[in-house]
Design a protein around this ligand. Structure first.
Ligand code: HEM
Length: 196
């Protein structure tokens, strides 16, 4: 049996997707549920990232103190950084289980195939993006949120807090750009890997 025949992910898309009436293979609910969870949480993660990077963050910067209050509400009341961190972590856990499954327990033939390389590059890009988000973005948003909540009480923010807000904003833009590239690579690789 060739690598292509033995590894389900390498079979032509028509054969992978289509289940003829005569086919007796039972429905693989484990894979179906895992894929649904993986794709749903990934859409939420990457979608919220794009909205934040292209719309929320620039608006917060342009609006000054009101932007700070809005950021405070998003972070403290709506728990946005935590919700995104949980969905991102779920994407990665489900993705790792899928990777284990479709690679037949990290089968080197699968990993070094074009499909395997593309899934691996996509997975690693997403994991690095998550790590950066967790280590840099989440604490920065939470800190900005805390400062923003202070502004919401009506007292004008002291100079050092304004400066800190600007520093955090600049850090978010830099890491945001890196994450933008990494997450876009992950999406493109995930979307195309099966057809390589
Ligand atoms: C930005 C994050 C991610 C996005 C947007 C994403 C998206 C997707 C999508 C849309 C699919 C379906 C592809 C298809 O059926 O052709 C998929 C499948 C897959 N993903 Fe991800 N993914 C992400 C992160 C990850 C991570 C971190 C891993 C591993 C650690 C991973 C492993 C996999 C595997 C192995 C499959 C194939 C599953 C199968 O065909 O049954 N993904 N992903």
């Amino acid at each position: 049996m060739t690598v292509c025949e033995s590894v389900p992910m390498l079979r032509p898309p028509g054969i992978v997707g289509a289940r003829s009436r005569k086919e007796v293979t039972p429905v693989d609910w484990y894979l179906i549920v895992l894929r649904a969870v993986h794709i749903l949480t990934a859409v939420f993660w990457v979608g919220s990232f794009y909205i934040f990077f292209f719309f929320v963050e620039p608006s917060v910067k342009e609006l000054g103190p009101i932007g700070g209050q809005f950021m405070g509400h998003l972070a403290q009341k709506k728990k946005m950084p935590i919700v995104i961190a949980i969905t991102a972590a779920t994407t990665i856990v489900a993705g790792t289980l899928l990777y284990w499954r479709v690679s037949d327990g990290f089968n080197v033939d699968w990993i070094t195939s074009a499909t395997g390389v593309a899934f691996t590059v996509g997975a690693l890009s997403a994991i690095v993006a998550f790590a950066l988000g967790f280590v840099v973005v989440k604490p920065a948003i939470e800190r900005m949120g805390a400062i923003g909540q202070g502004i919401a009480t009506g007292t004008p923010p002291p100079e050092d807090q304004v400066a800190e807000m600007q520093r955090l904003g600049a850090r978010l833009v830099l890491v945001g750009r890196i994450d933008l590239v990494l997450l876009t690579v992950a999406v493109i690789m995930m979307a195309t890997a099966r057809f390589l």
